[in-house]
Design a protein around this ligand. Structure first.
Ligand SMILES: Cc1cc2nc3c(=O)[nH]c(=O)nc-3n(C[C@H](O)[C@H](O)[C@H](O)COP(=O)(O)OP(=O)(O)OC[C@H]3O[C@@H](n4cnc5c(N)ncnc54)[C@H](O)[C@@H]3O)c2cc1C
Length: 398
């Protein structure tokens, strides 16, 4: 297959021919199936779930039934036996659901919270947490951020004190995606008094544990369909068998996870930009002003051309980073560039689309205002743009 693809029939795609490596024909077939599933099963409900500030947990079961929660996981764990590239297809297409919050809730589960269990977990942990997560029965979250510690993980204060048979955990987490609904949280804790990055570990906390509470469901600018929680832990006993990876080696787990999280965010932004551009092309052709389609005005054409450049440039650096990552190479520099090139760009593309839609862009009905609100999280989440530039600076020897 090497056809030019489009999101809407009769509308030429803003992007060039597919497949583009690392994707091949098999991935493009998967893309078509995922796109159909999202159009039929998720997109029709996006507005309602945004309004309700919640999407139902059954979404996970529906995704599991078609295998989309386990694309990259081995068959013996209930997965599809694919790899990161299959997950990349899913993430890019998920933007088509039209709700950043829905995509974030699903993404937190399969993209950032379960991979550490797969990579660092014991067989018992895989059986208790990963397998039910792939089946959509247990929902996962990743708990790193705290009221006083964002990307500076050396500042994490949640303390896990060693006691007989396990740990006693006291502390708090904030801004946790799926934080309200999660059955288990892959949680960063301090297990030693040593400062800096030493003494960080990961424990899997389960919502039934005594002393574990969801202290708040946070209200947000965008991502309305997702639940973002604040968690409090008071003398929570966590058994030894819930220690994920080695004690005091949690910093390495965080760093390993960040690259994939940032790639997923880049892919999501690429998908979202493509979708917004397609919607804008359709609108600009149909909307008449001063006796002609607004797409006939040079000012509008130039805006759309600039949007297409941001989309394609972002897509190309993201696919490049994905190729290196999937090849097992050190892709920190490329992943950092991809995140930086796509997150602010996605917000700018959505904002320009809103301008081209005029008053309609400001109305809920056209979904452009939602796309802009949702995209604003990109330069903040998963490492802010400022932190990304610091990483890039270091990569350049500065
Ligand atoms: C909707 C949402 C969902 C989230 N989901 C999760 C989740 O599931 N799990 C989780 O653990 N976290 C989650 N987060 C947290 C997110 O990762 C953090 O908000 C993000 O990393 C920024 O941290 P912070 O908010 O503490 O900002 P701060 O670290 O307080 O930063 C404030 C400002 O200072 C700047 N700054 C900080 N340090 C430097 C520096 N060294 N140089 C220059 N500028 C600097 C930042 O760039 C930013 O502009 C979520 C956040 C949101 C908003």
């Amino acid at each position: 297959m090497n056809a030019t693809r489009s999101f809407e029939k009769g509308v030429p795609a803003a992007s060039s021919s597919r497949p583009i490596p690392p994707f091949d024909d098999e991935h493009e077939e998967l893309r078509d199936s995922i796109r159909r599933f999202i159009a039929n099963e998720l997109r029709p409900h996006a507005q309602q779930w945004e309004d309700e500030r919640w999407f139902p947990n059954e979404v996970f079961e529906k995704l599991a039934a078609v295998g989309y929660l386990g694309l990259k996981y081995p068959e013996e764990l209930g997965g599809q036996g694919g790899d990161y590239i299959h997950d990349a297809v899913f993430t890019e297409e998920l933007a088509g659901c039209g709700s950043g919050g829905l995509a974030a809730g699903i993404g937190a589960h399969i993209g950032i919270a379960t991979p550490p269990v797969w990579k660092f977990g014991t067989d018992d942990q895989k059986q208790r947490f990963l397998e039910p997560a792939i089946r959509g029965e247990r929902i996962a979250a990743l708990g790193i951020t705290e009221p006083d510690a964002g990307p500076d993980v050396a500042g994490i204060k949640t303390l896990a004190k060693k006691v007989d048979g396990g740990y006693l955990v006291n502390g708090a987490k904030t801004f946790i995606t799926n934080g309200v609904r999660a059955d288990f949280v892959v949680t960063a804790v301090k297990t030693s008094d040593e400062g800096g990055h030493q003494g960080l570990s990961f424990l899997i906390l389960e919502k039934e544990m005594e002393g574990y509470t969801v202290s708040k469901k946070l209200e947000k600018m965008g991502w309305h369909a997702s639940d973002t929680g604040e968690l409090a832990f008071q003398d929570v006993f966590v058994p030894d068998e819930n220690l994920l990876g080695e004690e005091n080696r949690g910093f390495y787990l965080i760093m390993a996870n960040f690259q994939w999280e940032r790639l997923l965010m880049s892919l999501g932004a690429v998908g979202a930009m493509g979708r917004v551009i397609e919607q804008t092309l359709t609108f600009a052709r149909e909307r008449k002003a001063f006796g002609r389609s607004i797409s006939g005005f040079q000012a509008i054409r130039h805006k759309i051309a600039e949007m297409a450049i941001k989309h394609e440039a972002g897509r190309d650096v993201t696919y490049h980073a994905l190729r290196l990552f999937c090849d097992g190479q050190d892709a920190v520099r490329e992943v950092t560039i991809a995140k930086l090139a796509t997150q602010r760009a996605c917000f700018e593309v959505a904002d320009e689309a809103l301008q081209i839609h005029g008053g309609a862009g400001y109305m809920k009905e056209y979904e452009i205002e939602r796309a802009a609100r949702d995209a604003r999280l990109g330069p903040i989440g998963g490492g802010t743009d400022e932190i990304m530039k610091e990483i890039l600076g270091k990569q350049m020897g500065l």
